[in-house]
Design a protein around this ligand. Sequence first.
Ligand code: G3H
Ligand code: 13P
Ligand code: ZN
Length: 333
Amino acid sequence: MISYKELGLVNTKEMFAKAIDGGYAIPAFNFNNMEQLQAIIMAAAETKSPVILQVSKGARNYANQTLLRYMAEGAVEYAKELGWENPQIVLHLDHGDTFETCKSCIDMGFSSVMIDGSHLPYDENVALTKQVVDYAHQYDVTVEGELGVLAGVEDEVSSDHHTYTRPEEVVDFVTKTGCDSLAISIGTSHGAYKFTPEQCTVDPETGLLVPPMLAFDVLEGVEKELPGFPIVLHGSSSVPQDEVATINKFGGNLKAAIGIPEPWLRQAAKSAVCKINIDSDSRLAMTAAIREVFAEKPAEFDPRKYLGPARENMKKLYMHKIINVLGSEGKAL
Ligand code: G3H
Ligand code: 13P
Ligand code: ZN
């Protein structure tokens, strides 16, 4: 058993309380490899933004849970080397699906876990979430639960349509489980294809496709029921159209990839939403930069020559999210 505290990591408690009071949100960025992690830490250190490093099931399968944990430990030291004296870094399990997975992450130094029982019947979700909370809280590890189902694919589970969170259930869920934060469903979804063009309208000024508005009324309902309680938004990539265009220009084929408009996320960040999950945008930034190098320098075969630009492009994206979308710059001085 290793405590995250020995690794220089922090849990989400204080971070979320400050974010709600301050009207901003903490970025939760997924990582699967060194370049992504470097880019996240460089951006967080440069902006002095608290940051949540998220490890999904896919990441654990791809990169190995133990290795990712040690990389996060290294990231704390790297952040200090970059001049961030007091790094506020959380290592978080994204979409934990069983008690055993959550326990294994807690035992190896994660400071926060999500137990995603959102696809289970309500009572089973409550029981599973409570089991994780009871274990996690012994070690001061914070727990995110989820109520409501996002459309799209979450790991192996997929759903054709959203089931919005029911505000009338949240007090009961939080009281019975003791969870520290709650992910809700208000119309966001995972991946780069969040909406079909048919669901969107065309903005007459920009010509861009505008998706159907998020269910801010559901968010307001939840806030009314649970004043001051930390709320989490998954599926919050905006799918930058310049990255999509670069990918397609250099041989890619991403058709009608549409995300959540950034002003809507800014609006959410000012509310009780204090954690915003972003993964797909980083994948797009990485792929766009790599495709460009491959197309323009076909003789290049040193991975540093394409992973370097990919890292730079991801750092730029993370800085933009921190400064212009979530408002978390300078909140971890
Ligand atoms: O929740 C979804 C995240 O984007 C992680 O996706 O399981 O493919 O790593 P992944
Ligand atoms: P995106 O696919 O919109 O980046 O969402 C990521 C996420 O919610 C991770 O849990
Ligand atoms: Zn998610």
